[in-house]
Ligand binder design. Structure first.
Ligand code: PMV
Length: 322
């Protein structure tokens, strides 16, 4: 028996970093998906093939999962299988093969997407009907087990799809919209190191607890206003709110010169607003753009060596492929 599952990548719209500390954020999905094929094996083994993550043909006995190391690119899959086995038990082995519909360098959340797909695939193969909430809880546990930090917003996006209002650990997961947001995405060419940036903000918070908490509180005020702007499709307002949010991210110290170059060129080319998306330090910037300004804004971003990534937003969450 074989199943094919896919889950979308994501982009953070507002609220990054604050969401690690109990505040809300807004995340949307993109039409670039991760695909995973899982095949039932009689042998009690896990086999992983994930060429885009550098894993050719990794084999492990099911009773030795996450013991004695393993390849870096297979950590989320292996941990997800172990967590599934411990929670629901597994009476079969499984071969898992992944295909990335987007480059892992963009920061679109391939680790969360592969974790979600693995858990969904195991549920399908073992005939268990898991709710989105159950898939989220096990995915979030897996992400924390492997990377130690994170709010879980990326797993929620991969599962539920659309544009979500999300509070840390899935305390709130609300769909704001299934529609498209007129987004422009520019990649800096620099891979962001999310755990390092999250730790850097944690250090700042330790040193300046009240100040950073006030910043987070201001960010959450913007997130709540943005939630309304998205529901009302008020793109100009959403852009303005993103500009404010960028100011706070600059204050947190996660912005870079390259991100700023792309952000200012988008704003100067007539975008409603622009900011970094995600941890900062690199990865992508996003802008809200009127269709009549899109071409100009893309040109302006390319002038600063930004790579334009064409995306449609608000796409469907995890699904079984026919
Ligand atoms: O770097 P990304 O795109 O995975 O986003 C990280 C967002 C943070 O808020 C900094 C961390 C988190 O898990 O919410």
């Amino acid at each position: 028996m074989k199943v094919k599952i896919s889950a979308p990548g994501k982009l953070m719209l507002l609220g990054e970093h604050a969401v690690v500390y109990g505040w809300p954020c807004i995340v949307t999905t993109v039409d670039k998906r991760l695909y995973l094929e899982a095949e039932l094996l009689k042998e009690k083994k896990l086999i992983i093939k994930a060429p885009s993550a550098g894993v050719r043909n990794y084999k492990k006995d099911l009773d030795k999962l996450c013991k004695n190391g393993g390849p870096e690119g297979g950590r989320f899959v292996e941990r997800a299988v172990l967590n599934f086995q411990q929670k629901y038990s597994l009476s079969f082995g499984v071969k898992i093969e992944t295909k990335n519909g987007f480059s892992i360098k963009y920061g679109f959340g391939s680790s969360a997407a592969v974790t979600v797909c693995t858990i969904k695939a195991l549920a399908e193969l073992s005939g268990k009907k898991l709710s989105n909430r159950e898939i989220f809880d096990l995915s979030y546990k897996t992400i924390l087990d492997v990377s130690g930090v994170g709010s879980g917003f990326d797993a929620a996006a991969a599962i539920y799809g659309g544009t979500l209002y999300f509070v840390t650990g899935g305390e709130k997961i609300e769909k704001i919209s299934n529609g498209e947001i007129p987004l422009l995405v520019g990649y800096t060419g620099i891979k962001a190191d999310t755990p390092t940036l999250v730790k850097m903000v944690a250090e700042k918070k330790k040193k300046d607890e009240e100040l950073i908490t006030r910043l987070f509180s201001e960010i959450s005020f913007l997130v709540d206003k943005a939630k309304r702007a998205i529901a009302e499709k008020n793109w100009q307002r959403l852009g303005e709110l993103m500009n404010y949010n960028q100011g706070y991210l600059e204050a947190l110290g996660v912005n870079t010169q390259k991100l700023s170059n792309l952000i200012y060129s988008a704003r100067n080319a007539g975008c409603y607003g622009a900011k970094l998306s995600g941890a900062g330090g690199g990865d992508c910037m996003i802008a809200i753009v009127d269709e009549k300004n899109r071409e100009n804004a893309e040109k302006a971003i390319k002038k600063f060596a930004g790579e334009i990534i064409k995306v449609k937003t608000g796409t469907e969450g995890v699904r079984v492929e026919k």
